[in-house]
Design a protein. Structure first.
Length: 491
């Protein structure tokens, strides 16, 4: 178990790390793009600054002539150098279409960027000697104008350094804060994993006390913890949906446990009655029934009846258990519900002679498991016989309407109280006026019939009124007629 817990924690940590690393790399990518934009903007700024200073130098030369030696030294300290061309023209002459956007004073100049190399210069200062050369003629005199960017580059480097420091601090803070944020956001998943570990501990079947404790824990989580602990903002729609799904899952677990506990309790109660009766008659035989023919026969008849009741109950319990576990095999076949109703009518008339039966049918093709459908119809007929006084009328009817077919059993029996109708399909439920075992049965018949109807895409329809009678219909999808292809050989 310890290894499993460590594995779950490792998975959770890996998920947090993966999300954190992805977000961090996305942030770093954003910073890189920002730096590239800053460098491109700095290059454009230096270019515009060089063009403007060169145009101003040309205007000064045209107005006042070439600077004297003293003025040249002062201009050099200001990052501007003007000298006569030495040798052939160098640099690039821009195309005429591009030159239109440059100042008129330097429009025809040849341009060149130079970066004098200093072997001992540190990498940080490698751009300090960046130069922008212009070769042009001013009033017929070939000149070279050199723009030095040392001061401007120093300002840009300082701004860029501050930007890098800010990005580094932001990246580190984000790496720490987002890890905590991700853990907090993923806490619902961690809670779900914790509950999953509780439910999947491999320590054998849970005892009733443990199941009750677990159900109480789930109830507590559902009612008092999950609704308050998973508090998501409106921007976290995906995780809010996850929290709703977790709450719904826990509610279904609690409801499933409640129904299962009730089923086990009711089944135990139903089995306890015939077992107690069997024990009573066995004790009767053991004490004085061995030599009393009447007591012996009474005990044998009672034992046979209780054994039959137990067999019927166990078979129904096994049927429902297979249905709940989805192990019930359903063999679909196409047949007419009319012929099935006629068979049930004949069998019922032979078995029961105390009621008046009638049958009204029409063609009603269905595609279903004929054995299961017959079982469901038999349950409806048996209920009608059980709750209809001797001499009463029971009417069987098969009809179709649209894409549905109906097997209807209508009796003139005691009817069902209105408050009991919503519960008649609950397992082991019997209304108060018919709880006697002589008429009440096990309370599983309608549950089985409802399960059979739903597994075939249908449902049960009930209409009842006290002291008037009950009408129950098994509604199934109507099967489409199959076309037969007849092939013949022509003359």
């Amino acid at each position: 178990m310890k290894n499993k817990q460590e594995k779950v924690h490792t998975i959770g940590f890996s998920l947090v790390s993966k999300l954190n690393i992805q977000l961090w790399f996305r942030l770093v990518g954003t910073f890189i793009m920002l730096n590239l934009v800053f460098l491109a903007a700095s290059g454009i700024t230096l270019g515009v600054l060089g063009e403007r200073r060169a145009a101003q130098a040309v205007q000064q030369i045209q107005a006042f002539g070439l600077p004297a030696s003293a003025e040249s030294a002062w201009l050099s300290s200001q990052g501007l150098e003007i000298r006569a061309q030495d040798g052939s023209s160098q640099g690039i002459l821009l195309p005429a279409q591009i030159r239109r956007v440059f100042p008129q004073e330097t429009r025809d100049a040849r341009r060149m960027i130079r970066l004098p190399h200093e072997p001992d210069a540190p990498l940080y200062n490698i751009l300090d000697n960046l130069q922008y050369h212009f070769q042009l003629e001013v009033d017929g005199t070939p000149l070279t104008i050199v723009i030095h960017f040392a001061s401007a580059i120093w300002v840009l480097k300082t701004v860029f350094l501050v930007l890098l420091i800010w990005q580094l601090v932001t990246a580190v803070r984000t790496l720490i804060s987002r890890a905590e944020l991700i853990r907090r956001v993923l806490k619902p998943i961690s809670d779900l994993a914790q509950q999953t570990r509780t439910l999947s501990q491999e320590k054998g079947p849970l005892s009733m006390e443990e199941m009750q404790a677990l159900a109480g824990t789930l109830d507590e989580i559902n009612a008092a913890r999950l609704d308050t602990r998973i508090d998501l903002d409106s921007t976290q729609d995906e995780l809010k949906g996850l929290a709703i799904a977790i709450n719904s899952l826990l509610e279904r677990i609690n409801e499933s446990y409640r129904l299962q506990a009730r089923f086990v309790s009711d089944a135990s109660h139903e089995l306890r009655t015939p077992i107690a009766a069997i024990q009573g008659y066995v004790n009767l035989l053991d004490r004085w029934g061995k030599n009393d023919p009447e007591a012996l026969q009474e005990s044998i008849d009672a034992l046979k009846e209780e054994a039959a009741n137990m067999k019927e109950l166990v078979e129904k319990l096994l049927f429902l258990a297979r249905g709940d576990n989805h192990t019930m095999q359903i063999h679909l076949e196409r047949f007419d519900l009319e012929s099935l109703a006629e068979t049930l009518y004949r069998e019922t008339e032979m078995i029961d002679g105390g009621h008046e039966f009638s049958l009204e049918t029409e063609s009603a093709p269905v595609e279903a498991d004929q054995g299961l459908v017959k079982q469901a119809c038999r349950i409806l007929i048996d209920n009608a016989i059980k709750y209809t006084p001797v001499g009463g009328r029971i009417r069987l009817r098969v009809s179709s309407s649209g894409d549905q077919v109906y097997f209807t059993v209508q009796d003139s029996g005691v009817g069902i109280p209105p408050e009991d109708i919503p519960h008649i399909f609950d397992r082991f439920y019997r209304s108060d006026n018919s709880r006697a075992r002589a008429t009440g049965g096990t309370g599983l018949g309608l549950s089985i019939a409802k399960w059979i109807a739903e597994r075939h895409g249908g449902y049960l329809e009930v209409w009842s009124r006290e002291d008037f009678g009950t009408r129950v219909s098994l509604v199934l999808p109507k099967s489409e007629p199959q076309l037969e292809i007849i092939s013949g050989i022509g003359d």
